[in-house]
Design a protein around this ligand. Structure first.
Ligand code: ZN
Length: 304
């Protein structure tokens, strides 16, 4: 470890002296938490189609512009005890939770890959999938700008890797994942809709699942390639089913009211959107999928 300076800080923290490693991870948390703060703006504004850049955030209750000192990720919410400084209206704990989550994601990607392209790619994936998951929870829709951003950045990172390694397979894997995964999910939507319409579970103008789910899978395929996709779908289905059963026992997620003012569609009692579970499965596969596959195939004797 004779070189010193920025290139050294780009190493994995496990290769750094402990004090430097700690600074690297703490700084990664801070950067991640600030992006978490922006993610809250994205979740609130993208479904409404308003700008994520301006105006500055306001209290939804009294409309007072939120001062910079009250806009520090996680910390401000704790210092203000979860209330608006002006009108004392309660501020949802979801805001600091998302900031904390993205801070931890920043730490996790830097711990794994240092300050590298690989870490950036993982972090952008976490950011976009978390945005899609919370918007889908709120509105049961996936805004076009978000899945398009997922597909575009997925192929950009793939292209960068293909050039760095002089190996076009990175891009080919992703193209097969995006195209194939999207087609398989679209086929599931068509088939389930046919069955549900015939059995009268849904009306003649309704679909069994949203078209948002195939679009999310196109984006996930553009990042993870086709090899991890079956695992993503399996993880999403299992965890989605468990959550749906748990929620049904408690009486459903939304109650029986329309999801938005522009749409009078009412989610069926006890239903949960599938998008957040696709996002969760994709992140689990992105972080642990390769290790899991090696372990599984090692055990049945197919690995090297
Ligand atoms: Zn207020």
């Amino acid at each position: 470890m004779d070189d010193f300076g920025l290139t050294m800080l780009m190493r994995r923290p496990s290769e750094l002296p402990p004090a430097l490693a700690l600074w690297s991870l703490a700084f990664a948390f801070l950067v991640g938490a600030c992006w978490g703060s922006f993610l809250n703006v994205v979740v609130a504004r993208v479904p409404a189609g308003t700008s994520v850049v301006r105006p500055r955030s306001r209290c939804p209750k009294c409309g007072t512009q939120i001062a910079a000192r009250d806009n520090l990720p996680v910390l401000s919410w704790i210092l203000l005890r979860g209330r608006c400084r002006t009108c004392k209206a309660a501020i949802s704990p979801r805001y600091p939770m998302i900031e904390l989550l993205l801070g931890l994601a920043g730490t996790a990607v830097v711990a794994r890959a240092g300050w590298s392209m690989e870490a950036l790619e993982l972090f952008v994936l976490v950011f976009l999938l978390t945005a899609i998951a919370f918007i889908d929870l709120d509105t049961w829709t996936v805004p076009h700008p978000l899945w398009i951003a997922l597909v575009t950045t997925g192929f950009l990172f793939g292209g960068a890797r293909a050039m760095a390694d002089a190996a076009p397979d990175h891009l080919i894997d992703r193209a097969i994942g995006a195209g194939g995964g999207g087609l398989v999910l679209a086929a599931v939507v068509v088939a389930a809709t046919g069955v549900f319409r015939r059995t009268g579970r849904i009306g003649a103008d309704e679909t069994a699942m949203g078209w948002g789910d195939p679009l999310i899978v196109v984006g996930i395929g553009a990042y993870l390639g086709w090899r991890l996709l079956p695992m993503v779908i399996l993880l999403a289905s299992v965890q989605g089913t468990i959550a749906a059963l748990a929620l049904r026992a408690r009486g459903g997620l939304k109650g029986d009211k329309p999801v938005s003012e522009s749409d009078d569609w009412v989610p069926p009692a006890g239903a949960v959107p599938f998008g957040p579970f696709l996002a969760l499965g994709a992140l689990e596969a992105a972080f642990f999928g390769d290790a899991l596959l090696r372990w599984a195939f090692g055990h049945v004797g197919l690995g090297e």
